[in-house]
Design a binder for this molecule. Sequence first.
Ligand SMILES: Nc1ncnc2c1ncn2[C@@H]1O[C@H](COP(=O)(O)OP(=O)(O)OP(=O)(O)O)[C@@H](O)[C@H]1O
Ligand SMILES: [Mg+2]
Length: 323
Amino acid sequence: MNKIIEAVNLSKNYGSFSAVNDISFYVKQGEIFGLLGPNGAGKTTTINMLIGMAKTSDGKIIYKGGDVTGNIKKAQRLIGVVADESNLYDEMTGYDNLCFCGSLYGLPAKVRAKRATELLDIFQLSEAAQKKFKAYSRGMKRKLTIAAALIHQPEILFMDEPTTGIDVASVRQIRNLIKKLNADGTTIFLTTHYIEEAERLCDRVAFISKGGIINIDTVAGLVEAARDANVVEVLFEAERVNKKNLEERLKNKFPHVECLLKDGNTVKILSQEQIDIAPIVGSLADEGMTILEARLIKPSLEDAFVKMTGIEIDMMKKEKEKR
Ligand SMILES: Nc1ncnc2c1ncn2[C@@H]1O[C@H](COP(=O)(O)OP(=O)(O)OP(=O)(O)O)[C@@H](O)[C@H]1O
Ligand SMILES: [Mg+2]
């Protein structure tokens, strides 16, 4: 496995306040890695240390095996950063903004012109190429900002909440672009407070809260770790349910299961062991019950997040909306 970045025991203090406290993780080359956490968790502080915008108070930052702590400049060609919108110039056109960013990386005029045209095309901004940046919508601004970060073809792209505060259509477009960029070989490091964004986009996710990392794993791994029991939900046809002694009847044949009657015609079957749906459904059908649906219920990344961090999802959403 190739690690493109490694953070080792990173900390950041502001005076006596610890914004990030002794976190360690790595990002694999070619993956989409997400830092998921609520307001004030330390996401931006972590990104800022990794891109050299904030000094580390402690710990090491390693890019491709080389220690660059205190000298991230050494890794600058590798890194693309989706900066704040204000980093682009209001009075310049979209095209000129991109060319200007290219010049900052020392790209020759021909190369940056070609790259700018390519990127405008990829981000579906060609028609707005000659419009001034200030005339762009919020979604268009965000897209151009991402395009600008890609001008020098970085190996890893850092994005701090890439889809916060923009319209739904732009969110979809940006998520698709992130996937495409990644499929074409760019490693992505993003922060988000949207659980479904992490779930949909990321190969691996770190849950961050109060400056600490609570858990890091693949989405599937996090979900699996949050699973209390195996659950199968069975929906019966209403008039064909014989609920009397259902648990007892099932237990006779499948000793490890427990039953929970959910409502009129739904039964939850739980077990600490793996549940094989077919024999259970077969046995109930043999008793003359009509089964409309039987499905294995999996916890979601949201369930895993709530369980592992103790943070309620509503709280995360509300905090963001207030801003
Ligand atoms: N320059 C600073 N001086 C003092 N405290 C700071 C500074 N920057 C950040 N902090 C504090 O560090 C903590 C982490 O902030 P950070 O911006 O990294 O959180 P975040 O996870 O990015 O939150 P958000 O979702 O709101 O963007 C917060 O409590 C914040 O108030
Ligand atoms: Mg932030």
